[in-house]
Structures are given as structure tokens and as C-alpha cells.
Ligand binder design. Structure first.
Ligand code: AMP
Length: 282
């Protein structure tokens, strides 16, 4: 595995790796890798000749009062895991490498896709995500890029951006990897106290319960939203950001559940913001 820190080094290394021909898969991450990230790298490894993993805690996607400085980091641990998954190239740029002084260009998506769910409480977040992903796409020119369904809105935003900006890149959405008790794996789970960690699986359980109710015939999204809210209020010091039941494709609100449906939740446990979702095909 080659470890590179600059765009120039990355392009040079990629040119050599590409000279044999074959496809390139990119896995963009913010590091502090866990089994969720690993599942993306494995999928990329299966489907491509060259696998590039980026680790970059992207300042542009954090709001002024968010956890940019506290975000967990473990470069050595990350490199070890990447190597274990036969990553070809690890790209670990510094912030100045991607956003040098005077940096001024951003990618912004209009419309409801970035204005609902996390777009409400995290203004500017998807602008930061779309910008850094565009930059990574331009630097790496992958054939495929791998994203987790855990960040379902992010997947929708990236897919839309790829269509709108004519990127010739296939976006591969990978299933959410969970802890044994259901909690969706996240680098931010490391912020949780033992007591919060013990209660956090309530979120996933509430989603699973809603799914079971749908399987049993429930079609009213308002009653399912009420059910999930009720379960989440049982968590100590939990502040609900949103529970939304939306069309999984266009992210419009739905009253009666029919077709591909996304149930998405964001909750703050103390100061830690957790998100989770499930996709249901009715
Ligand atoms: P992050 O480092 O949190 O920005 O995540 C990097 C990529 O890994 C994103 O595409 C995430 O959606 C994906 N990811 C994070 N957690 C999980 C998970 N538990 N299961 C599957 N993919 C995940």
C-alpha cells in the first residue's frame, strides 16, 4: 500500500497503477475506521483493480459549532486496517492541500434534497460534502465510488450531483453495518459515555419496530413517527432532531406508505448527534 499526502503524489502513483489498465474504486472517509468503512473497502476491492481510500476530516462540511476539532482520529490504526484490506493507495491530504488560502469554489445543490432532514439542522453540510467529493472525484477519476447507506441523504445528494454534473462515475451504496445490539456503527459512537452507549440501540430498535409494523400492514406514516418518537423519549437526555418518513428516491414526505420508503432519524445523546435509517420496499 502506498500512502500519499498530496494531489501530485496521488496522481503520479495512480498513473503508474493505471498503466496496467483496469478500474479504480474510491472509498472516501473521514477516518477512525470501523467495520462500516471496511465493508466499503471490501466491496471496492471485489469490484476494482485499484482501490483508493481517502481519509480527510473535511472542514467544509462542519458547522461553526460542530465537532471538527473533537472528531476522533487514529491515522496509524486506519492505515493498518486499510492495509489489511489490500488497499492500493491511501490518500491522507492536509486541509491546506484541498483548501489552500483563497479557496473560493463550492458545489451547492438546490432543492429539497439538501433542505430536509440533516440539511435543516446542519446548514452548509451538504455543500461541504458535495464540494469535497467533487474534488476527490476530479483528483482520483475513479470508475466507482463507495458510500454507506447509513448516510442515506448523503448517498442521494451524491447520486444527484453525479447526474447533474455528468460525472462518469458509478455510485455504489453499501448496506449499514451495525453493532451486535443494532446500533449503526459510526466514528462518533466513540463520544458516547457508557450509559449513553447502553441506551443508544433504542434508536435502531425503534426503526426495526417500525419496519415490523409496516410488514404487519401499517401504512400510516404519522403513527409510525409517533411510535419512534415515543421510543426515543425513553433515552435519558435525548433530544430528537427529526424522525422522517419519506420517499426514498425524491425525499418527499409521504403520508401513506407505498413504494420505496426511507425512515430516517437524528437524535442527540447529550452532545453526540447520531443518525440512522432504514429503507423499506413496500
Ligand atoms: P465517514 O468516515 O463517517 O464520513 O464515513 C465514510 C463512509 O463510510 C460514508 O460513505 C459512510 O456512509 C460510510 N459509513 C459510515 N458508517 C457506516 C456504517 N455503519 N455502515 C456502512 N457504511 C458506513
Amino acid at each position: 500500500m502506498r500512502v500519499v499526502h498530496t494531489k501530485q503524489q496521488l496522481r503520479k502513483a495512480l498513473k503508474e497503477l493505471r498503466s496496467a489498465g483496469g478500474s479504480v474504486g474510491l472509498v472516501p472517509t473521514m477516518g477512525y475506521l470501523h467495520e462500516g468503512h471496511i465493508s466499503l473497502i471490501r466491496r471496492a476491492r471485489q469490484e476494482n483493480d485499484v482501490v483508493v481510500v481517502s481519509v480527510f476530516v473535511n472542514p467544509a462540511q462542519f458547522g461553526p459549532n460542530e465537532d471538527l476539532n473533537a472528531y476522533p482520529r487514529d491515522t496509524q490504526g486506519d492505515l493498518k486496517l486499510m492495509q489489511g484490506e489490500k488497499t492500493d493507495l491511501a490518500f491522507l491530504p492536509r486541509a491546506e492541500e484541498l483548501y489552500p488560502d483563497g479557496y473560493a469554489t463550492y458545489v451547492e445543490l438546490n432543492g429539497r434534497m439538501t433542505q430536509v432532514l440533516c440539511g435543516v439542522s446542519r446548514p452548509g453540510h451538504f455543500r461541504g460534502v458535495a464540494t469535497v467529493v467533487t474534488k476527490l472525484f476530479n483528483i482520483v477519476s475513479p470508475d466507482r465510488a463507495y458510500f454507506g447507506q447509513k448516510d442515506a441523504q448523503q448517498v442521494s445528494v451524491i447520486k444527484k450531483m453525479v447526474r447533474d454534473l455528468d460525472f462518469n462515475i458509478t455510485i455504489v451504496a453499501c448496506p449499514t453495518v451495525r453493532e451486535a445490539d443494532g446500533l449503526a456503527m459510526s466514528s462518533r459512537n466513540s463520544y458516547l459515555t457508557a450509559a449513553q452507549r447502553a441506551q443508544a440501540p433504542v434508536i435502531a430498535r425503534a426503526l426495526f419496530e417500525a419496519r415490523d409494523r409496516i410488514t404487519a400492514g401499517e401504512r400510516c406514516s404519522a403513527s409510525l413517527v409517533d411510535l419512534i418518537k415515543e421510543r426515543i423519549t425513553t433515552i435519558d437526555n435525548a433530544t430528537l432532531d427529526y424522525v422522517s418518513i419519506i420517499d426514498a428516491d425524491d425525499m418527499s414526505d409521504i403520508e401513506t406508505i407505498i413504494g420505496p420508503t426511507l425512515i430516517a432519524v437524528a437524535v442527540k445523546l447529550g452532545r453526540t448527534r447520531l443518525i440512522d435509517n432504514i429503507r423499506i420496499e413496500v
